[in-house]
Ligand binder design. Structure first.
Ligand code: NAP
Length: 262
């Protein structure tokens, strides 16, 4: 299927590794020009080079820094001549027990996983509407739909973003001008973040890492973890010309883990 987005410009946040990189790769393979971001310059530059090698005709700019910083967001947006596609992503808040979390912990989570994407949406969607094309995809988490106790900071902050987006996506000045805003909810994907979660489970339970990995994978109906490339391919479809009638949705990619009908 031709996705019809070659020559468009996309900003992909938190994209040097994992799911963000999967999205950037899929968009690059569709001929989309990219501005990518992550904190570590070395890994980001290596990813930028890898993306350029996927399509010699695209431009790829790398802007290093914490996407939670206003100055970094400004630099990211300034590096993009026209934002047609915005992929919001960021590191997730740490796990823990809510009894141990301070106001500062809550503020940091809400800042990173709710306010940061909202600020980027605010800076881009009205121009998308004027241009008659815009796609925003927020990478959130399966925990928005099926909360995980120890991920309370994530459950809370991401649910705030989800509620906000549900209203915004339905504004006629956006939906009526071919600007869509959707959330992609990953289940378990085989990224560095998952690997470090499995490592700490293995350490805490005194088990072999491979055994922990296998047991976790076998607990998923698909009997495997998702890959960043398949996540990216789905994201690229959401950004395509074919997905203009899909907005304000929360789409779970979890290999069947969520047990409900809806
Ligand atoms: P990952 O493999 O650890 O990759 C995270 C990426 O984000 C890296 O490129 C990292 O680069 C960048 N990053 C982190 N903090 C950043 C910041 N403050 N500013 C800019 N870039 C930043 O993680 P992932 O598995 O792809 O997860 C991506 C998101 O999906 C996270 O929010 C995670 O909680 C969520 N999620 C993942 C899964 C899963 O199974 N993988 C499941 C549910 C939800 P630097 O460190 O160099 O900045």
């Amino acid at each position: 299927m031709e996705l019809g987005i070659a020559g468009r410009w996309a900003v992909v946040c938190a994209a040097s590794k994992g799911l963000g990189k999967g999205c950037a790769r899929a968009l690059a393979m569709e001929g989309v020009n990219l501005v990518i971001n992550a904190r570590s310059k070395e890994a980001l530059d290596a990813t930028a080079q890898e993306l350029r090698e996927l399509d010699a005709d695209i431009e790829v700019h790398a802007v290093a820094g914490d996407i939670g910083s206003e100055a970094v967001r400004t630099a990211v947006l300034s590096a993009c001549p026209r934002v047609d596609i915005l992929i919001n992503n960021n590191g997730g808040p740490p796990p823990g027990d809510f009894r141990d979390w301070s106001r500062n912990d809550w503020h940091a989570a809400v800042e990173a996983n709710m306010i940061t994407p909202i600020e980027l949406i605010k800076a881009t969607v009205d121009r998308m509407a004027v241009n008659g094309f815009g796609r925003v995809v927020n990478i959130t988490s399966g925990a928005v739909k099926a909360p995980i106790d120890i991920l309370g900071l994530s459950n809370g902050a991401r649910s705030g973003l989800t509620g906000f987006v549900a209203g915004l996506a339905r504004q006629p000045q956006l939906a009526g001008n071919n600007v869509t805003i959707n959330n992609l909810l990953p289940g378990a994907f085989d990224t560095e973040r998952l690997q470090s979660t499995l490592k700490s489970t293995a350490k805490n339970t005194n088990q072999d890492l491979e055994q922990v990995r296998e047991e976790r994978a076998q607990g998923i109906p698909a009997r495997r973890f998702g890959s960043a490339d398949e996540f990216g391919a789905f994201c690229a479809f959401l950004c395509s010309i074919h997905a203009g009638y899909l907005t304000g949705q929360n789409i779970l990619l979890d290999g069947g883990s969520y047990p409900g009908t809806f």
